[in-house]
Design a protein around this ligand. Structure first.
Ligand code: TXA
Ligand code: MG
Length: 314
């Protein structure tokens, strides 16, 4: 793992690694982010692999400015006002995803919305400019561990699992960005670097305090987003006649679609959302049978997603 300095040479090297689908940690004003090209399925799958995340929750996409945000999402008047007041800065807006945005569906976990933020840290801005595309970046720590505010923390948690970290010194804010949902009524989804009161003052109205849109308490709320229209049967080694077979590994050589013929979990994760959609389209109402996927590494996140797809419909 390389430690890059935040000068022109280091940033060019970091941008180059991102272009090649590698993972690069970089400083933002809140915490260090674990960056990947948000348009690359494989690169985004690697984020979940490196962090050891047991599920595919949606990630925040970092862009250099409001123009880049408008190409990915639909900004209404409220979003425009908040963007001009708080971007660049520790505010993330969850907005309707623009069709044809080019983002990997792993970034949004298949949701029709996207979380966008324009970081204020000069090293983050310079890296986004050098890279020239959207960067998905959760905090650069293993899942379940505290968020890193120095390059040394990133090294301690992720050395050997990522290509590089850009060392930009300590982060100033130290807590993650505030996340505001703007798909409907303005909703505080995560408190963070910008206080809710300041956002309320800018909007001229009180915020709803959000249930977590990603892990909602009401059962079914999330499932309905995740479920294909065909029924889904899991852990099937030999599908019934008439079933669409979504396979995994060499044992499923005859499957209609195979998440990874070689049994590579990163490849399977990168294909998962595309193949579920494709299976649903081609199956055209016939049941979908899915091969067993091993319950380790990225397999845990894949199985979590598959269980949601197979769960009884609301
Ligand atoms: O300060 C930060 O925001 C840091 C730095 C690195 O920028 N990033 C960060 O990213 O915390 P991340 O990917 O860990 O944040 C993910 C959270 C999800 O757990 C979820 O709460 C919310 O962002 N989120 C992302 N997309 C969403 C969506 N479409 N709808 C609702 N919530 C979403
Ligand atoms: Mg985190």
């Amino acid at each position: 793992m390389q430690v890059l300095s935040p000068d022109a040479k280091g940033l060019a090297a970091a941008a180059d690694l991102l272009r090649r689908g590698e993972l690069v940690a970089f400083p933002t004003e809140t915490v260090y982010g674990l960056g990947a090209d948000a348009r690359s399925d494989k690169a985004v799958a690697r984020i979940f692999d490196a962090k050891g995340r047991p599920r595919f929750n949606p990630l925040i996409v970092h862009v250099p400015g409001v123009e880049a945000a408008r190409q990915i999402a639909v900004l209404d008047d409220r979003a425009e006002r908040l963007a001009s007041a708080f971007w660049p800065g520790p505010l993330t807006l969850v907005l309707p995803l623009r069709p044809g945005s080019g983002l990997s569906p792993l970034v949004t976990a298949g949701l029709p919305s996207v979380a966008l933020r324009v970081p204020a840290h000069p090293v983050a801005s310079a890296l986004l400019a050098a890279f020239g595309g959207p960067v998905a970046a959760p905090s650069a720590n293993p899942s379940g561990k505290v968020s890193p505010t120095r390059a040394g923390h990133v090294l301690a948690g992720l050395a050997g699992k990522i290509a590089a970290v850009v060392d930009g010194g300590p982060c100033t804010v130290g807590v993650e960005s505030t996340i505001l949902g703007l798909a409907g009524d303005a909703e505080l989804l995560r408190p963070g670097g910008i206080p809710a009161e300041v956002i309320e003052a800018c909007l001229g109205q009180p915020l709803h305090i959000g249930g977590n849109a990603v892990q909602p308490t009401a059962p079914g709320q999330l499932l309905s987003h995740y479920a294909p229209s065909s029924s889904v049967r899991l852990n099937v080694s030999a599908p019934d006649p008439g079933e669409f077979w979504l396979g995994f590994g060499p044992a499923a050589g005859k499957a209609d679609l195979n998440l990874s013929l070689s049994g590579d979990l990163v490849e399977a994760a990168a294909n998962l959302f595309h193949f579920l959609q494709e299976a649903d389209r081609v199956a055209d109402g016939s049941p979908i049978a899915v091969s067993p996927v091993p319950e380790h590494g990225l397999g845990r996140a894949i199985n979590d997603r598959l269980r949601r797809a197979a769960a009884p419909r609301p």
